[in-house]
Design a protein around this ligand. Structure first.
Ligand code: NAI
Length: 720
């Protein structure tokens, strides 16, 4: 787990060996302790180099150890004794030095990094803080403001930035281990008095108290209820205001609180869930991850509106040639200008070339003849999409993958318009498509594993987390959103205001409440879909329907009524809120809405009642979660992890609450069931509140933890 050799006569070399990232498992820590003893005890050894095998220094703690009892030597004393060593210790950082890996390097007397290495303390993203001295050493080394920023965000830095900040002493283009050995030979006899970071005084920022109060305020604002970033500020404050030993005590106390908090468990669940979505098999048993993806070099994007523009940018940035298609010259030119601007801005941020020449703008569908893949992003209109798929099927060369960015239409209906339905899949991006990390890859009953694999791989190439999901109305994310939105409307009917509902959801940790989010994405989009489904009020309800019910189910026409007034949200300056100008960003409560709701309630003889945040959360979130259970029951998502990844990365669900399905487990499945039963009794005409079969089965099976739900789902499927 750690290899010891002597090189160049007098340099003891310790190589960490724990693939893939040389995580600091118990065996690795034991190895380091033993090999350090060996090096220090060998009179021929004058200095020590510590490195990792396979070009990776160290990826940090072994997260799997978090859930069990820690064995082996603890990290803090191990790093401390390395720092106290009488012989110089040089870290040779290749690949990565993250978390505990960087903390280990900070315990060394010198750090040499390869130019391609990345360094950082990402613990905060797992609901923790760098508790092996990182929160105490880094501010002593690079100053409080820079350390605070790195520790509270978990941001990785390049070797060049690490050099500029003073984290590393040297950056090399050559092999970092060779450079470190040369360096170690050079400093063999140098004094170590000024090299032990724990002995450095921590530079105090001027007006220290005010500085930390400001920092705390800012961090709290961004944290949306997450406790780890707040604890990080407290730990760095301890570094700046207390002697090192006391600061270490504080670091330990803060870590103990975080470690046992539900938030750390939730964030670790997200971490593993994100990995798990990569290992998935199609329900027919065909594994996409063993099917070879087709190479995709050239793509076409059809429809350059909000989504098509972002998708074009994401494809070009991933190195593909893109043909971007629109209907009229005017729209094409507008899109060209917008895409060029987006390419330029993102290239500047990433310090790469903008790649303007990667995109060709055209109105000629015949150019689809030599592309490997097409992504259609025209209006959400089935007849229009069908026509495009028919055209593509006759123009494209054999084997071209045909993808749609539909928000929820039936993939199989589109596939049926083509000669090769196995080549049709959904690639559902999220706005803005060149920024958002999530991609739902939707397979229909006839999509081939190769087609799914190709779309998943392309997502990865674009830097997305791709989640494969089955074909149903709204797929996973939007299908779950429907009952959630519906509850928000019902709450308004019963007496709530948009501010109350959004306030409760934002306090829970959502980036944006449901009404602010709807205003941002445009109320007219869902309205058009409801109209197409003959649900919206103007399409006079027939048969068993009334103004507030459709086919015996409760229906709220509030959104339709708002759209009829031309209130489409932010873009028109009016929606559930008022904006100072069209496209203005600051949502202000609108007395008109208050009045409108009162008139509506009076018209339908509804009596407004007071309600609290708890009811808003339970009604909105439990109905969303209930739909999640139905999705699992239907086999649309492979497991609860898939749903959680989709919600955290695509819908602003707070990461520190682990995604909706994990959250249900945290609340207690029996409690969720009991509340749903209660709400369903009160609102029997709302099917979304009727507890799902799977939820009942899970509770009857003793509410197993989320990673064991698959066993119950399997049993349920085998009984069907
Ligand atoms: P949009 O209205 O902004 O853009 C659609 C574009 O398609 C327009 O520029 C239009 O000129 C163009 N178009 C229409 N017919 C065309 C044709 N025959 N050939 C070439 N171009 C044509 O719509 P948006 O929001 O970009 O949505 C596009 C698709 O993406 C829809 O299916 C929508 O449901 C889906 N989607 C939208 C999301 C959003 O947040 N806006 C998120 C995820 C998916």
């Amino acid at each position: 787990m750690a290899l010891y050799t002597r090189v160049s006569g007098s340099v003891g070399m310790i190589t960490l060996q724990n693939p893939p990232v040389n995580a600091l498992s118990a065996a690795v820590r034991q190895g380091i302790v033993d090999m350090m003893d060996k090096a220090l005890g060998d009179p021929k050894v004058k200095s020590v180099v510590i490195c990792g095998q396979n070009g990776r220094f160290c990826g940090g703690a072994d997260i799997r150890e978090f859930s069990g009892n820690m064995t082996g030597p603890p990290l803090v004393p191990m790093i401390h004794s390395m720092e106290s060593a009488a012989k110089p210790v040089v870290a040779a950082i290749e690949g990565i030095a993250l978390g505990g890996g960087l903390e280990l390097a900070l315990g060394c007397h010198y750090r040499i990094a390869h130019s391609k290495a990345r360094l950082g303390l990402p613990e905060v993203q797992l609901g923790l803080l760098p508790a092996a001295g990182g929160s105490q050493r880094l501010p002593r080394l690079i100053g409080v403001p820079a350390a605070l920023e790195l520790i509270t965000t978990g941001r990785h830095v390049t070797a060049a930035e690490a050099l500029q900040l003073g984290i590393v002493d040297e950056v090399t283009e050559q092999n970092a281990v060779d450079a470190a050995v040369k360096f170690a030979l050079r400093v063999a006899d140098a004094s170590l008095d000024a090299r032990r970071i724990s002995t450095f005084p921590c530079p105090r920022p001027p007006a220290t108290d005010a500085f930390f109060e400001r920092a705390m305020q800012q961090v709290r604002q961004n944290a949306r209820g997450a406790v780890a970033p707040v604890a990080c500020v407290q730990a760095v404050r301890a570094a700046a205001t207390l002697p090192y030993a006391q600061g270490m005590e504080r670091e330990k106390e803060l870590m103990a609180t975080l470690f046992t908090s539900g938030q750390a468990r939730a964030q670790q669940h997200c971490f593993f869930a994100q990995r798990a979505v990569n290992r998935w098999s199609m329900p027919n048993g065909a594994r996409w991850d063993t099917s070879k993806p087709r190479p995709v070099r050239k793509a076409m994007v059809i429809g350059l509106g909000t989504m098509g523009r972002g998708i074009t940018v994401a494809l070009a940035q991933a190195g593909l040639s893109v043909v971007a298609l629109e209907t009229t010259e005017k729209q094409l030119m507008e899109a060209k200008q917008a895409v060029s601007g987006m390419l330029e801005r993102t290239a500047k941020r990433r310090a790469v070339a903008p790649g303007f020449d990667k995109v060709r703008y055209s109105r000629d569908m015949r150019l689809a003849a030599d592309v490997d893949l097409v992504i259609e992003a025209v209006f959400e209109d089935m007849p229009l999409k069908k026509k495009i798929f028919q055209q593509l099927s006759s123009v494209c060369k054999p084997g071209t993958l045909l993808c749609t960015n539909t928000s929820g239409l039936d993939i199989d209906q589109l596939a049926s318009q083509t000669r090769n339905p196995e080549l049709v899949v959904g690639m559902h991006f999220f706005a803005p498509a060149h920024v958002m990390k999530l991609l739902e890859v939707v397979y229909g009953p006839r999509s081939s594993p190769t087609a799914v694999a190709t779309a998943m791989q392309l997502g990865k190439q674009m830097g997305k987390v791709s989640v494969a999901v089955g074909n149903c109305r709204g797929f996973v994310g939007n299908r779950m959103l429907k009952p959630y939105l519906e509850q928000a409307f019902f709450l308004l009917e019963e007496g709530a205001t948009p501010e109350l509902v959004d306030g409760a959801l934002e306090e829970f940790g959502f980036a944006m409440g449901v009404f602010r989010m709807s205003d941002l994405s445009g109320l007219d989009v869902a309205w058009r879909i409801r109209k197409a489904d003959e649900l919206a009020v103007t399409d006079a309800p027939a048969g068993q329907s009334t103004a507030r019910s459709r086919q015996g189910r409760r229906y709220s026409p509030l959104g339709d009524l708002l759209c009829e007034q031309g209130r489409f949200g932010q873009k028109t300056g009016l929606g559930w809120y008022r904006y100072d100008e069209p496209a203005g960003r600051v949502a202000k409560p609108d007395p008109w809405i208050q009045d409108f709701l009162e008139r509506y309630r009076a018209q339908h003889a509804l009596v407004a009642r007071r309600m609290d945040h708890q009811e808003v959360l339970e009604r909105c979130l439990y109905s969303l979660i209930n739909e999640g259970f139905r999705i699992l029951e239907d086999g649309i998502a492979a497991g609860p992890e898939d749903i959680d990844v989709i919600y955290v990365l695509g819908y602003g669900w707070p990461r520190h609450r682990g995604g909706p399905m994990f959250y249900a487990g945290m609340v207690g499945l029996a409690r969720v069931l009991e509340r749903l039963e209660h709400f369903h009794r009160e609102h029997p005409d709302v099917p979304g509140l009727q507890p799902s079969n799977l939820l009942r089965k899970l509770v009857a099976s003793g509410s197993p933890p989320v990673h064991r739900w698959k066993e119950v789902i399997k049993k349920l499927h085998s009984q069907l």
